[in-house]
Design a protein around this ligand. Structure first.
Ligand code: ADP
Ligand code: 5GP
Length: 214
């Protein structure tokens, strides 16, 4: 028997082989960032896909770490040269996933974690389905939808986070109802009510997907 307390978590070393492309979507404020940060802290061979956006940085956000913050012209130039695996307009700003970041991680056998909206998830799901059977995107694709316990709880979290103006919060809540309608398209669904329970479910999905034979 180990002498360590049984709730202490050792860093997870994923089995070799299939690298996962984990797509997480949720209405803004449902807790994606909190859950993703915990996964990245626990799973060693997992990279976060840093997206590009034209939205201005929030206080404390770092360029190249939270997002690559681009002007509209810079973003359009990347679209024109086919740099994005997917891109979409969310809450009035452009967001996109860099294809090169994802390919480099998967080819190195590392999992890729991405926090993208339902439109972007749809684009990657379609690409995964259409891809060759041996394509790492098709082999590794896993999608998870994180829902808040209620719209009231979502509003309370957005207010508590205190990073957006009232008008922005109202817009995000309007969008939330639309995003929740996308939930049935995902393989897995989690309700982030109690954070510990939600995280236990998310890490169980990652571990199970690493153990899959087919
Ligand atoms: P998202 O990335 O989906 O916009 P965040 O991870 O930033 O959401 O979470 C929004 C706010 O809600 C943060 O202040 C976070 O600390 C809080 N939060 C996250 N999960 C829970 C939870 N299960 N219960 C209560 N508050 C939570
Ligand atoms: P936020 O501005 O709160 O960081 O993110 C707003 C929304 O944009 C969230 O739903 C988030 O998942 C989504 N998002 C972030 N990066 C990307 C991306 O690269 N592509 C797409 N389609 N959505 C993204």
């Amino acid at each position: 028997m180990s002498s360590s307390p049984h709730n202490a978590r050792e860093p997870q070393r994923q089995p070799p082989g299939r690298a996962l492309l984990i797509v997480i979507s949720a209405p803004s404020g449902a807790g994606k960032t909190t859950l993703c940060d915990r996964l990245l802290a626990e799973f060693e061979a997992m990279d976060y896909s840093v997206s590009c956006t034209t939205r201005p940085p929030r206080p404390g956000e770092k360029d190249g770490e939270d997002y690559h913050f681009l002007t509209e012209a810079e973003f359009k130039a990347r679209i024109a040269r086919g740099a994005f695996l997917e891109h979409a307009v969310v809450h009035g700003h452009r967001y996109g996933t860099l294809a090169e970041t994802v390919a480099a991680a998967l080819n190195a056998g590392r999992d890729v974690l991405m926090d993208i909206d339902v439109q972007g998830a749809r684009q990657i799901r379609e690409r995964a389905r259409a891809a060759d059977a041996a394509d790492p995107i098709r082999l590794g694709f896993v999608d998870v939808f994180v829902a808040p316990p209620s719209l009231q709880a979502l509003e309370a979290r957005l207010v508590k986070r205190a990073q957006d103006s009232d008008a922005v919060i109202r817009g995000r809540l309007r969008n939330a109802e639309q995003e929740l309608r996308g939930r049935p398209e995902y393989q897995y669904g989690i309700v982030n009510d109690d954070l510990e329970t939600a995280y236990a479910q998310l890490r169980a999905i990652v571990i199970a997907e690493h153990c899959r034979i087919a």
